[in-house]
Design a protein around this ligand. Sequence first.
Ligand code: XMP
Length: 511
Amino acid sequence: KIIILDFGSQTTQLIGRRVRELDTFCEILPYNKFPKNDPNIIGVILSGSPYSVHDKEAFTVDLSQFIGKYPVLGICYGAQFISFANGGKVEQTGTREYGRANLETIDLETPIFKDFKKGSQVWMSHGDTITAIPEGFHITGSTADVKYAAFANEEKRVWCVQFHPEVFHSTQGTQLLKNFVVDICKSKQEWSPASFVESTVEELKAQLGNDRVILGLSGGVDSSVCATLLNKAIGKNLTCIFVDHGMLRKNEFAKVMEAYSGLGLNVIGVDASEKFFKDLEGVSDPETKRKIIGRDFVEVFNAEAKKIVDAKWLAQGTIYPDRIESLSITGMVIKSHHNVGGLPKEMKLQLCEPLQWLFKDEVRRVGRQLQMPERLINRHPFPGPGLAVRILGDITREKVRILQDADDIYIEEMHNYVCEDGDALYNKVWQAGTVLLSTIRSVGVMGDERTYEHPVALRAVTSMDAMTADWAHLPYDFMAKVSNEIINKVKGVNRVCYDISSKPPSTIEWE
Ligand code: XMP
């Protein structure tokens, strides 16, 4: 495996994804947690950082832990730190070098630049500039403005690049990472969905033996793939619990239950909507709504879980980005949307998280390997509190019904709309949903009658990870059709708007 040491850069996760795309296992660890005595390491990558090497708070690392032992690739701050720590010079220029540049001169003989083209476009994003490199190193690439854009000490197997090969705008960045991971580190490229399924099923069998396991299903990709994998390993010893809080999408509970039973899962479906609606009555503050739903969810889930008296494990569909976020060293990445709260202490369950090393796209690849239905695998993310955070103000069954009907039209049309490349529009967006603006009324006219009803807002975003998002540029003919259908078919709605805000500053959900 490749170890990626995280110095707090926004693009560290991207480095991980790129390495995984080369069918090579990698682990992202905080800069100061380089593992001792791990026989599986084949190479080390140092990430960028928001700090300058001159900052008092700058992250430093003892390079002798790995330089000379494994091939090392330093990216941006990683390159600056390697240079600085070995006697090179890094100067604070005060101006950021940001954006596209071209490698005007490039050493095509050095293995890291195998198959590169002179003038190759790279992406720069740094404040300091390297003005002298350490002894034993030589320049391998320069841009018009940056003399030491790339340098290396081939004897010690250290390669440094000032630019970011992991980002899309470095057009041969993937080639560079491939040269490092495959040619220099000699990865066998054996990390694949098939090998993951095979080895994980074996590990789960060994770990769980004949124990009973409980898993909370949400209808989403992660928990569904997690359940299918466990089912393959331990079959009927797995009990899944799927709680319906009444604010799922239209017919979602029935549809998802059916899909799960098709997969052979042992699922207990709990219709607890009565309790949720009752507890939410008259509550309109978004955070209070979330808290009530979270609390009720835990209560309902726990009551069911307790019935499985001999359960020893709680399985969760935690994926790698969830874990990296909680490891985040600079505190810049913050996300607090977690649904399953504390379980009753007396149950003393151990945690089983078989997807904890996977990125979202890998979870989907594993799902395909397990032959799960494509509709389940491609699902957009859906918030735990469901439609409750898409209804402004207080919640009633009637409002949920209106929103479900409008949303169903929107999402189904998105599945039906085929784009130029033959793929459904649904698969082009990260997430889409409808918001009921139930605190607003506007006047309309239908036939000869005046209406005074609520608008809905359609939301669709493109994103990599929900941390940032852009509004999706949906085709006008699609929007026209959806708007028409919603206004004609959904009683209670007389106007349709499209949300054209990106995140930041606007969040994906309205509440
Ligand atoms: P925001 O609205 O913060 O959402 O831009 C980012 C992503 O998180 C989802 N989301 C939630 N998920 N419980 C969840 O499980 C929540 O309370 C919650 N709020 C937002 C949202 O749908 C988007 O994918």
